[in-house]
Design a protein around this ligand. Structure first.
Ligand code: ATP
Ligand code: MG
Length: 457
């Protein structure tokens, strides 16, 4: 069953039950009150009759009784053997009440008609004690009760009309946005586009919040999708250039390579360079694509030792001045050494490529552990700073083709930093140099050894 119908049926049914209970309570309390008033009235008639009967010098008791017979009523006097001594009935009353009735007074239904009755002892004219029963038909009251029942039933039915209408409206209000959401999702599925739900600015109800969450999710998916699309198109674009170069050199080899050794050498060298470039680019692609598979493996690492190895390797490979300085060491952090090394290589490689002076690597503790890589090179223009972590972004594309960059290094560094919960901060002044800071989250700082000598470490 649809949610809308379910809400409609449940709300209507629930209101109907409440109305029925309410009217039943009203009806039964009113009828019992009315019947008990009638009984009380009859009791006072009986008392008045007995007072008159006892006070006057009654010659004919029948006379007194007749004076007190209620409209639509009767008076029966019985002796102790239940024989009727006197029976006075109004002409409209033909029913006989049972001989024995509960209590002094009450109501009883005889042949479908309700009667109020009272019993009182009376000293009969022969001096014996008899029982006097006064009864009164409640057919008029019952008629009124029937009318009341009918009125209440009609009132319930009339009240149900707005309930049914409002139930339908309520169901529509609740399910409308859900239906719209489902329709939009279906459209998205069909068209493959990232559509958003129309949302009213004023309302802040749950449905609206759901719509807003859906829109935010759609926006996020769209951004990710566009990034992915951009990545694929950039990647294919980047691969096109080396492939074009390889293709053209292959053609040159085909035409003149066999005769001209110099041409052959140049072509082979160019083809090698471009294939190497492509290989390293594809390696970077793979690293970026594997992002979600690689969860960090944490170890305690002393930054001084760790960095001196890395810095020495760079000194060796590039014959450049890489200087290491460890302030207020020893500094131990909990981190993934393999990934941290990968991250350092990316940043050191940039420092090396975009500067020719010395490069400083500083490890320090400033509320938390920090590694800084500082170069005195060309720097990054202010307007480019927000983009350097984007894939394929290069400040100067022509310059970077010479230095062999793809614009993927920092994008990968950013991913690695995310995985290891590190923060990367870049400060740069054009023509003066760049400082990249790797800031460890304070949760990953390991307390210095001397503070914890008899402790667990
Ligand atoms: P790749 O690292 O993929 O080989 P890349 O070095 O060009 O290529 P990134 O490492 O992502 O790419 O850097 C992006 C851009 O930021 C670089 O092209 C460069 O212009 C600029 N950049 C990064 N580090 C520095 C730095 N230390 N000094 C000057 N510019 C830098
Ligand atoms: Mg780089």
């Amino acid at each position: 069953m649809k949610l809308r119908n379910r809400i409609h049926i449940y709300s209507t049914f629930l209101t109907l039950v409440i109305l029925i209970i309410l009217t039943a309570v009203i009806y039964f309390s009113f009828s019992s009150l009315t019947y008990s008033t009638e009984v009380e009235e009859l009791e006072s008639v009986s008392d008045a009759l007995l007072r008159t009967y006892n006070s006057s010098q009654v010659s004919d008791p029948n006379e007194v009784l007749r004076g007190y017979v209620p409209v639509l009523g009767m008076i029966t006097v019985r002796d102790s053997d239940r024989n009727v001594l006197e029976l006075i009935q109004k002409p409209e009353i033909t029913e006989q009440l049972p001989e024995r009735l509960d209590g002094r007074s009450g109501t009883v239904v005889v042949e479908g008609e309700r009667f109020a009755y009272t019993h009182s002892p009376i000293i009969w004219s022969d001096g014996t004690v008899a029982e006097m029963q006064i009864a009164k038909s409640l057919r008029e009251v019952s008629g009124n009760m029937d009318t009341l029942r009918l009125v209440l039933a009609i009132a319930v039915l009339i009240a149900m009309i707005p309930v049914i209408v409002s139930g339908a409206v309520l169901a529509r209000i609740v399910t409308g946005p859900v239906t719209a959401l489902t329709d939009t999702m279906r459209n998205i599925q069909k068209s493959g586009k990232f559509e958003k739900l129309p949302i009213s600015e004023q309302s802040n109800d749950e449905i609206n919040q759901m719509g807003m969450t859906f829109n935010e999710m759609m926006a996020l998916l769209e951004v990710n999708y566009l990034k992915q699309e951009e990545f694929v198109s950039n990647a294919s674009h980047e691969l096109k250039t080396p492939l074009t170069i390889i293709g053209s050199y292959a053609k040159l080899l085909e035409r003149r390579g066999l005769e001209d050794q110099a041409v052959a050498k140049e072509s082979i060298a160019a083809i090698r360079t471009e294939t190497d470039r492509m290989t390293s680019m594809i390696e970077q692609f793979l690293l970026i694509a594997r992002r979600n598979e690689t969860s960090p493996v944490y170890q305690e690492v002393e930054l001084g030792d760790f960095l001196s190895g890395t810095v020495a390797a760079f000194n060796q490979a590039y014959s450049r001045d890489f200087l290491l300085e460890v302030e207020n060491g020893p500094l131990t952090v909990s981190t993934d050494p393999v990934k941290l090394k990968q991250l350092l290589y990316i940043i050191l490689d940039n420092a090396r490529k975009y500067s020719s002076d010395r490069i400083e690597v500083i490890a320090k503790f400033d509320g938390t552990a920090i590694i800084q890589i500082r170069d005195y090179g060309e720097g990054i223009p202010k307007e480019s700073l927000p983009y350097i972590f984007d894939r394929f972004y290069r400040v100067d594309k022509a310059r970077n083709r010479e230095t062999g960059g793809f614009g993927l290094g920092l994008a990968l560094a950013n991913q690695l930093a995310d995985i290891m919960k590190l923060k990367l901060e870049v400060e740069s002044i054009e023509k003066l140099g760049t400082t990249v800071s790797i800031v460890f989250s304070s949760d990953f700082n390991v307390p210095p050894l001397e503070l914890n000598q008899e402790g667990s470490r």
